[in-house]
Design a binder for this molecule. Structure first.
Ligand code: C2E
Ligand code: CA
Ligand code: CA
Length: 437
C-alpha cells in the first residue's frame, strides 16, 4: 500500500502534548517546541527529520503486537538519549517519528538512525535487533511562515524515499514540494475528470516501412483539462502511486473499443490498436478477466486489440506478469512487451512470456551515430524474436537514418514521428480511410 503521511493535527483533546505510548512529544508538543525556537529566529540552524522504521511491520509480526509496542518504546528511549541540547524529537504514532536537529549534527543523526540497537524479548529469551529508518529531511533555509512545514516538508521527502526512489535518505527540494502539491490536486479531481470524459485517446499510427501502409496504432491517453492538453507523464505517476491508474486504463480500453466499433459502423476497416496497462495494475488479480470482458462485451474482435506492458526487475512482480501474459494468451488476447531494451527487459523475456510483440525502445536508436555493435545487438534480437514467431516493432523513429538503421537490422514495423504523431480520433480516422503513406 502506498505510504501516506499522517494528517497533522495540532489540536488535541485537553492539553495533551505527549504521545501516550512513548511519552515523546506528539505533533502538538513538537510544534510548540518548534514555535519557541522559531520565535528566536533560530530555525535556520536546524534540519527537520521525518522518519519511520524499515521493516517494522515484520518485526511486529515476528514478536507480536504487544512486543512491537515495547520495541517502539525502547526505540524512543534510545532516541531521547541521543539528541543534543536544544534539539527536539517527537512521535506521531505507529512508527512515525520527527526530529529537529542542529545542522552541525545532521550527518551524525543520519548515521545514528541507520542502525539503532533495541532489545526484543521472545518468551524468556531476549535478543538484539538493529532498526534502520527511512528518512526525509528538510534543511531549513528560511524561517517558515507556517510551523507545520517543519513536519510536512520532510514528510514529502520521506514519501519520495519510500515510494519512488527507494533510497534511505531523501532531502526535500522545492521541486518535490511543487510536484507533491500538484499530484495531490490531480488525485482530488481525477474521478470527476473521468466522469466528465476529460480523458481522451490519441492514436499514433504504426506503419510498415516497406509498402508504407498503415498496419496498426497505439492508443495514448490525453487529459483535456480546461482546454489544455495534459501529457500522461504529468498524471500517470500520481495515479500509479495510489493504484488509481487501473480505473483509467480500463476506461481507455473501453474508449478504444468504442472507437473501433464507431469506425466499423462508419464502414471503415480498422487496424489493430494497442493499449497500455501499467504494471501497477497487476495488483488486480482479475486483470486478465476484466480485460477479456471489456473487449468481448464491446463486440470488438479480440484480434484488434493488443495489451502493452513493461518488464520489471522485481521477482514477485515478474511472476505475476508471466501469469498475466500467459492468461491473456490462453484467452486469445495479444500482448506486447513495451520499451524493450530500456530498463529491465531482458532476452529471457522471449523464453518465459507468451507475448506476441516486442516493442523496441527508442533508446536503441536515440544516438547520433550508430555503432556496428548496436546493429549486431538489434539484429540479433529481431532475428531471435522472428524465429520464435514474435512480432517486432520499433518506436520513436524520427529520422531517415534511424529508419535505415532499423530496416537494416531487419525490422520494418515502425511507430514514430517519422511517419506520424499521436493523432486525435478525427484525424486518425482519415488515416483509416486511406491507409497509404
Ligand atoms: P509509451 O507507451 O512508450 O508511448 C510512446 C510515447 O512515445 C508516447 O508518448 C509517444 O507520443 C512518444 N513518441 C512516439 N513517437 C515518438 C518519436 O518519434 N519521438 C519521440 N521523442 N517520442 C515519440 P506519450 O503519449 O506522451 O506517452 C508517454 C507514456 O505514458 C507512454 O509511453 C506510456 O508509458 C504512458 N501512457 C500513455 N497512455 C497510457 C495509458 O492509457 N495507460 C497507461 N498506463 N500509460 C499510458
Ligand atoms: Ca506503450
Ligand atoms: Ca514504449
Amino acid at each position: 500500500m502506498a505510504y501516506k503521511a499522517p494528517e497533522i493535527k495540532i489540536k488535541t483533546r485537553g492539553n495533551k502534548t505527549t504521545q501516550y505510548l512513548t511519552g515523546l512529544a506528539n505533533a502538538a508538543g513538537f510544534l510548540a517546541e518548534v514555535e519557541k525556537i522559531g520565535k528566536k529566529g533560530d530555525l535556520t540552524d536546524y534540519s527537520s527529520f521525518y522518519f519511520n522504521l524499515k521493516g517494522f511491520g515484520n518485526l511486529s509480526k515476528r514478536y507480536g503486537h504487544k512486543e512491537g509496542d515495547e520495541l517502539i518504546k525502547r526505540y524512543a528511549k534510545v532516541l531521547r538519549n541521543n539528541i543534543q541540547k536544544g534539539e527536539v524529537i517527537g512521535h506521531l504514532g505507529e512508527d512515525n517519528f520527527i526530529a529537529l536537529i542542529k545542522k552541525e549534527n545532521r550527518q551524525s543523526f543520519i548515521d545514528f538512525l541507520s542502525s539503532v540497537e533495541v532489545v526484543a524479548t521472545a518468551g524468556d529469551n531476549w535478543e538484539s535487533v538493529w532498526i534502520s529508518a527511512y528518512i526525509g529531511i528538510w534543511d531549513i533555509e528560511e524561517e517558515p511562515s507556517d510551523m507545520r512545514e517543519v513536519i510536512s516538508r520532510p514528510s514529502i521527502a520521506l514519501s519520495q524515499a519510500k515510494n519512488i526512489t527507494h533510497e534511505t535518505v531523501v532531502t526535500v527540494s522545492d521541486n518535490m514540494v511543487t510536484r507533491t502539491t500538484e499530484n495531490r490536486e490531480i488525485l482530488e479531481v481525477f474521478h470527476r475528470a473521468v466522469e466528465n470524459e476529460e480523458f481522451i485517446v490519441y492514436y499514433q499510427p504504426k506503419v510498415d516501412s516497406r509498402d508504407k501502409k498503415l498496419i496498426g496504432a497505439e492508443g495514448l491517453v490525453r487529459w483535456k483539462r480546461d482546454g489544455k492538453m495534459v501529457p500522461p507523464d504529468k498524471f500517470i505517476p500520481p495515479l500509479e502511486q495510489t493504484g488509481e491508474i487501473l480505473l483509467l486504463d480500463y476506461y481507455i480500453l473501453q474508449r478504444v473499443c468504442f472507437d473501433i466499433r464507431k469506425w466499423q459502423n462508419a464502414g471503415l476497416v480498422p487496424v489493430r490498436v494497442s493499449v497500455n496497462f501499467s504494471r501497477k495494475d497487476l495488483v488486480d488479480r482479475d486483470l486478465a478477466e476484466s480485460i477479456y470482458s471489456i473487449i468481448t462485451e464491446s463486440g470488438v474482435d479480440k484480434d484488434l486489440i493488443e495489451i502493452e506492458l513493461t518488464e520489471t526487475i522485481d521477482d514477485t512482480e515478474h511472476g505475476v506478469l508471466i501469469d498475466f501474459i500467459n492468461k491473456l494468451y490462453n484467452m486469445g488476447i495479444r500482448t506486447a512487451i513495451d520499451d524493450f531494451g530500456a530498463g529491465y527487459s531482458s532476452l529471457s523475456t522471449l523464453r518465459e512470456f507468451q507475448v506476441h510483440t516486442l516493442k523496441i525502445d527508442r533508446s536503441f536508436i536515440n544516438t547520433e551515430d550508430f555503432s556496428w555493435k548496436d546493429e549486431v545487438i538489434l539484429s540479433d534480437i529481431i532475428h531471435m524474436a522472428d524465429r520464435l514467431g514474435i512480432d517486432v516493432i520499433t518506436e520513436g523513429v524520427e529520422r531517415e537514418d534511424q529508419l535505415a538503421f532499423v530496416n537494416n537490422a531487419g525490422c520494418h514495423a515502425i511507430q514514430g514521428f517519422f511517419f506520424d504523431k499521436p493523432l486525435p480520433e478525427e484525424d486518425f480516422r482519415k488515416r483509416l480511410e486511406n491507409k497509404q503513406y
